[in-house]
Write a protein of this length. Structure first.
Length: 128
């Protein structure tokens, strides 16, 4: 079962909540605080704005970020980012990721047939 919150302005704090399987399609979540939230299976699609959002200790396993704006978002301390879906490389100006996450992103890019280097990943993301 998927819960839906579509197209709304949800910039308020969503910290420490069970938001698993929620549908945030098209939602305005600019600067939202998802720290310590369970976002497993959540959908951030159809242009959801997550710019500047914080995901420290948030579980993003199977979360779908297809077509989401993650500019300036901090995913560096999120959990299970390797299992997140729909990460579209080149759309994440200043999004923060760890070195381990950057290595996973590089492997995914190379697996998709792109001849990429860690330098390219570092130009797309802020590696912390």
């Amino acid at each position: 079962m998927t819960n839906t919150i579509a197209g709304g302005n949800l910039a308020q704090i969503l910290q420490g909540r069970d938001l698993s399987n929620m549908d945030f399609s098209g939602a305005n979540l600019k600067n939202a605080n998802f720290d310590s939230s369970n976002l497993s299976g959540a959908k951030f699609v159809l242009g959801a704005d997550l710019s500047g959002a914080s995901f420290a200790n948030a579980n993003v396993k199977d979360a779908n970020f297809s077509d989401a704006n993650l500019a300036g978002a901090d995913l560096s301390k999120s959990k299970n980012l390797n299992d997140a879906k729909g990460l579209q490389f080149g759309k994440y100006d200043k999004t923060k990721v760890t070195r381990s996450q950057a290595a996973t992103i590089l492997r995914r890019m190379q697996a998709s047939g792109k001849h990429s280097s860690m330098g390219e990943v570092k130009r797309m993301f802020v590696v912390v």
